[in-house]
Design a protein around this ligand. Structure first.
Ligand code: MSP
Length: 644
C-alpha cells in the first residue's frame, strides 16, 4: 500500500478577515502536510470555508450584500492570503459548493430515515427582539437577554434532533480502546468526563433564518451549521458520489488521517462528528489533534476587543517566513501561546537573524574566501570535531522527525535549532581563520568548509516545512537546486557540485526593537483614528451616552518625555486637589516645557491603562487636522471646572 496522509484544518467562518490567531491552524497544518510529503507520503491537505449560518447572514446584511456575494468575497480574500502565506493545499472546500450541499442534504435524510435524527420540540428562553434562543447559563438576571437586556420568554419550536444519547456508550468504548484518538491526553480526559456526565440529544435544525442547507423533506428547517460543516472532511473527498476515488484512497485505505483543531471546537470533533460517522457506518479513521490558542496580553484576540492582529500587517514588513516561523514555534502541543510585538521582534532577531541568518552568511562568505566559492570534496580526512558535527546532525534529523510525527512542531523546531547553534559553535571551535594562515592545514580547512556547507544543506531541508522561502534561498546559495528533499532519506555526507556558492543578500536583517515598537504603536493609533472617524460619521449617540463621559479642566504642572517612546509625553495634571499622570501622543507637537501651566480638558473617568509601560490615568483632548494637532485649552476657568 502506498504511504498516504490526509491532513485537515477546520474550515474558517466566512464572517470576516482571518486574524493571526486563526491563521495558526492553517500554517501548522501546512507545515505538517509539507513534512509528510517530505517523508514520502502521498499527502492530501484540505482547508476551506464554513459559509452558512445566521452569523454569516447577519454579516452580509451589515455589509449590504447578499450572503452568497459576501461569502464569495471572503473566500477570494482568504485564498489570496493563503497564497501569500505559501499554504500549499490540495483541496479548498466551501460549504456553499453544490456537491457539498447535495451530499449533506442526502446524509441528513439518511440519518432521519434510520431514526438517528428525529423531529421533536426545542424549548428554551427566547429573546424576541434579538430573535435568538439562550441557554440558562447564558441568561442575565431574571432571565433577561444577555445581549439587549430585555426579558426573554420560554418558547417551544419544532426542531430535529440527533441521537447522541444512543451512541454515548459506543463512543466511550471507542475512545477508551483507542488511546491515541484524541491528543493530547488532557483533551482526551476532558472529552471522557464530558460524555460520562451524560449526553443530551443535539438540536440539529433551525427555522429562524434562511442561509443554509434546507432539509429536503421539510424545507422550512435549515440544517445546523455544525452538521453541515463537519461533513466537509468527507464531501471534499467525493464521499457518496460516483467520483469517490479520493474517499477510497484517503479515508478508507489510509491510516494517517489528522483533523487538527483548536480547543474551542473540541466537542464538535470529538463527540458529534464520530457519532455521525457511527450512525452512518463510516469507519472512524482520524486522529484528533487539539491545539491551544494564540493569546495577546489582553487575552483572546478578537476584533471587538480591538486586539486582533492581521497577518498581512506583519508579512508586509517582515516577510512570510518570519510570520510562519513565529506561529509554529509559539504553541507547544496542547497549550496556549502568546503573540506580542516585542516577542515577535525578539524571536526574529535572536533565532532568525542571529542564529540562522548569521550562520548562513558567515559560512558562505568563508567558503568564498577560503575555497574560491567551491564546496570541497566529501572524501577528505576528517577531524574529531568534524565527525562529532556529522553525528550531531544525523541525530538531529532523527529527533526532528520524531517530534514532527507527533505534531510536536515546537519541539521539532527546537531540535533543529540545537543543530544550528551547534554549527555556530563548530565554527568557533575549528577557527577556520586560524587554519587559513597555515598552508599545511589546507586539507583541514577544506574539511571544515565541507562540513559547514553540508550542515547548511541538512538544516535547509529540516526547516523546509515552515521556513519555505529561507530553505530555498539556502539551497540556492549552495547550488543545490535539484536536491532530494526527502527527510526519510536525509543523511549527512552528500557530495556538492562544482559551481560557486553565492548568497545574494542576508536572510534576515537585525531589527531595531525601539523602531519596530514605535511603528506598531503608530499603526495602532491610525487604526483607532480611522475607527473613530468612521464612527463619528455613522453612529449617533443619545445624551445618556454622552453623559457617561466626565470632562474636566486640568492644569499641567509637570511634563517630561516618555522614556521608551519618542512620540509620547508623560504629564502630571492637577484636577481640583487631585494629581493625575497622563500619557499622550503629542511629543511631535509640543516640547514638555511649553506645556507647564496650560489648562487643558481631561477625560477624567477613562479607565487607567499602561502605555509602553507607564500608567496613564485619563486622556487630554486634542483637535487634529491631517498632520496638525492642538491641545484644547481653557483660559479663565479654574482647574476642576466641569466641561459639558
Ligand atoms: N467554522 C468553524 C470550524 C468548522 S470545522 C468543521 C470554526 N471556524 S473559526 O474560523 O472560528 O476557527 C478556525 C480555527 O481557528 C479553529 O480551529 C479555531 O480553534 C482556531 N482559532 C481561532 N482563534 C484562535 C487563536 N487565537 N489561536 C489559535 N487558534 C485559534 O471554528
Amino acid at each position: 500500500m502506498c504511504k498516504k496522509c490526509y491532513v485537515t484544518t477546520p474550515i474558517y467562518y466566512a464572517s470576516g478577515k482571518v486574524q493571526i490567531g486563526n491563521t495558526y491552524t492553517t500554517v501548522a497544518c501546512d507545515t505538517f502536510a509539507r513534512f509528510n510529503r517530505q517523508m514520502g507520503r502521498n499527502t492530501f491537505y484540505l482547508t476551506g470555508m464554513d459559509e452558512h449560518g445566521q452569523k454569516i447572514e447577519e454579516a452580509a446584511i451589515k455589509a449590504n450584500m447578499t450572503p452568497q456575494a459576501f461569502v464569495d468575497k471572503v473566500a477570494a480574500e482568504t485564498k489570496e492570503l493563503w497564497k501569500v502565506m505559501k499554504i500549499n493545499y490540495d483541496g479548498f472546500i466551501r460549504t456553499t459548493d453544490k456537491h457539498h450541499e447535495e451530499i449533506v442534504a442526502r446524509v441528513f435524510e439518511r440519518l432521519l430515515a434510520n431514526d438517528d435524527i428525529y423531529l421533536g420540540t426545542y424549548s428554551g428562553n427566547y429573546c424576541v427582539s434579538c430573535e435568538t434562543f439562550f441557554t440558562k447559563s447564558q441568561l442575565g438576571e431574571n432571565d433577561t437577554c444577555p445581549d439587549c437586556g430585555k426579558p426573554t420568554k420560554v418558547v417551544s419550536e419544532e426542531s430535529y434532533f440527533l441521537r447522541l444519547k444512543k451512541y454515548a456508550t459506543q463512543l466511550l468504548t471507542y475512545i477508551k480502546e483507542h488511546p491515541n484518538f484524541i491528543c493530547p491526553e488532557t483533551r482526551r480526559n476532558e472529552v471522557i468526563s464530558f460524555i460520562e456526565s451524560g449526553l443530551e440529544d443535539l438540536c440539529v435544525s433551525r427555522t429562524s433564518f434562511n442561509w443554509g442547507i434546507k432539509v429536503p423533506s421539510n424545507p422550512k428547517h435549515i440544517i445546523y451549521v455544525w452538521i453541515d460543516a463537519l461533513f466537509n472532511y468527507l464531501t471534499a473527498l467525493g464521499y457518496d458520489t460516483k467520483e469517490n476515488q479520493l474517499y477510497k484512497d484517503f479515508w478508507l485505505n489510509n491510516n494517517r488521517i489528522y483533523h487538527v483543531v483548536g480547543k474551542d471546537i473540541l466537542r464538535f470533533h470529538a463527540i458529534y462528528w464520530p457519532i455521525m460517522l457511527m450512525a452512518l457506518d463510516i469507519p472512524i479513521r482520524f486522529k484528533l489533534i487539539v491545539h491551544g490558542w494564540i493569546l495577546t496580553k489582553e487575552g483572546k484576540m478578537s476584533k471587538s476587543r480591538g486586539n486582533a492582529v492581521y497577518p498581512m500587517d506583519l508579512i508586509s514588513r517582515y516577510g512570510v517566513d518570519a510570520v510562519r516561523y513565529y506561529l509554529v514555534k509559539e504553541l507547544p502541543l496542547g497549550n496556549d501561546g502568546l503573540f506580542s510585538y516585542e516577542r515577535f521582534v525578539e524571536r526574529y532577531n535572536y533565532e532568525l537573524a542571529n542564529d540562522l541568518g548569521n550562520l548562513v552568511s558567515r559560512s558562505i562568505s568563508m567558503i568564498n574566501k577560503y575555497c574560491d566559492g567551491i564546496v570541497p570534496s566529501n572524501q577528505l580526512p576528517t577531524s574529531v570535531l568534524d565527525e562529532s558535527l556529522a553525528k550531531f546532525a544525523n541525530e538531529t534529523i532523527t529527533k526532528t522527525i520524531q517530534c514532527f510525527e507527533q505534531f510536536k512542531l515546537q519541539d521539532g523546531i527546537g531540535e533543529t535549532w540545537q543543530l544550528i547553534r551547534r554549527v555556530n559553535k563548530y565554527i568557533d571551535e575549528t577557527a577556520p581563520w586560524v587554519l587559513a594562515k597555515d598552508q599545511s592545514k589546507k586539507i583541514d580547512l577544506d574539511s571544515v568548509m565541507y562540513h559547514l556547507a553540508e550542515a547548511l544543506r541538512v538544516i535547509a531541508i529540516l526547516i523546509a516545512p515552515y521556513l519555505v522561502d529561507t530553505s530555498n534561498k539556502i539551497l540556492q546559495a549552495l547550488n543545490q537546486t535539484n536536491t532530494n528533499m526527502r527527510l526519510d532519506q536525509l543523511q549527512f555526507g552528500e557530495k556538492f557540485s562544482n559551481e560557486k556558492v553565492f548568497l545574494k543578500e542576508n536572510l534576515f536583517q537585525r531589527l531595531d526593537m525601539e523602531k519596530e515598537l514605535e511603528y506598531f504603536a503608530s499603526q495602532k493609533q491610525n487604526e483607532i483614528k480611522e475607527k473613530l472617524e468612521s464612527n463619528t460619521v455613522k453612529v449617533k449617540i443619545g445624551i445618556e451616552d454622552f453623559n457617561k463621559i466626565s470632562l474636566v479642566v486640568g492644569e499641567i504642572i509637570e511634563c517630561k518625555k516618555h522614556q521608551n517612546a519618542n512620540k509620547l509625553l508623560v504629564s502630571k495634571v492637577k484636577i481640583g486637589q487631585e494629581i493625575r499622570q497622563i500619557v499622550s501622543g503629542i511629543a511631535n507637537f509640543y516640547h514638555p516645557d511649553e506645556l507647564i501651566g496650560k489648562k487643558v480638558i481631561v477625560v477624567e473617568n477613562l479607565a487607567p491603562s499602561k502605555i509602553r509601560g507607564v500608567e496613564s490615568q485619563g486622556m487630554l483632548l486634542c483637535a487634529t487636522d491631517q498632520d496638525k494637532l492642538e491641545l484644547v485649552e481653557v483660559r479663565n476657568l479654574p482647574c476642576g471646572s466641569i466641561v459639558r
